[in-house]
Design a protein around this ligand. Structure first.
Ligand code: HPA
Length: 238
């Protein structure tokens, strides 16, 4: 039994959804899993549940915020035999064609956080998604509905309240679609452990120029998350 996920092999399904927020994990289980799901972790409030989606086993496990916290959870899920991890979170949208509630599928995650690079033991490592999962998410997103789906790279930043007012411009220049805080760690742990990984995010705030970001309303966030989750659940059990 690992230190932070107080579970045994078999408590998690092979395919696990990984939101940052513990209450989002509970929402996902209640809204998308069939009745009868069970709680498999509550250590440090990091809620985790196992159940079924369209008759197939699935789990959801919250990771907390940032690469250090998320890395512990990804590593321990690996120890417990999990084969596929899908991060379902939020990101800041940083390209001009992006709107609140849009979905971002991250094919790569630049590690602007030493945690992932320290774990990789290689400064130039390129954390990237499992291609078949990105391909399935792309296919499913063609009839995804109300919000646009963007497919490309994101930045995994170590700092939410960044003191450098030019940092978003530098990320934008390199074509990143969004900024979040966990995907690079997921892709690095998954690469080392030879498991499958994909990060899908709902745009929760939009960065235009150098201005501070504008944040989504709670209602729009819920609708955006629901669209993202339809894609993520299907990719998870595919
Ligand atoms: N920065 C970092 N992580 C995030 C953001 C952001 O603006 N929005 C959602 N997750």
């Amino acid at each position: 039994m690992p230190i932070h996920l107080r579970a045994e092999t078999g408590d998690y399904a092979p395919n696990v959804l990984c939101p940052g927020d513990p209450l989002r994990a509970q929402y996902i289980a209640e809204r998308f899993f069939e009745p009868g799901f069970r709680q498999v972790n509550a250590e440090r409030g990091m809620l985790g549940f196992t159940g079924t989606f369209e008759g197939r086993p699935i789990s959801v496990q919250s990771t907390g915020m940032g690469c250090p916290s998320a890395g512990i959870v990804f590593e321990e899920l690996g120890m417990l035999g999990v084969e596929r991890m899908i991060r379902v979170g939020t990101c800041g949208g940083i390209q001009p064609n992006m709107s609140m509630g849009d979905t971002v599928v991250a094919i790569a995650a630049s590690a602007d956080d030493q945690t992932a690079l320290q774990y990789a033991q290689m400064d130039g490592f390129a954390p990237s998604a499992t291609f078949v999962l990105a391909e399935r998410a792309a296919a499913l997103s063609r009839d995804s509905g109300r919000f646009d789906v963007h497919i490309g790279s994101v930045v995994s930043s170590a700092v939410f309240y960044h003191p450098d007012t030019n940092v978003v411009s530098r990320w934008r220049r390199l074509g990143h679609l969004g900024v979040e805080m966990e995907a690079a760690m997921l892709y690095t742990v998954a690469a080392v452990r030879r498991v499958e990984a994909l990060a899908i995010m709902t745009v929760s705030d939009v960065y235009a120029g150098e201005e501070p970001p504008v944040r989504i309303s709670d209602d729009d966030l819920k609708n955006g998350v629901d669209q993202m989750m339809e894609i993520a659940c299907r990719v998870a059990v595919s």
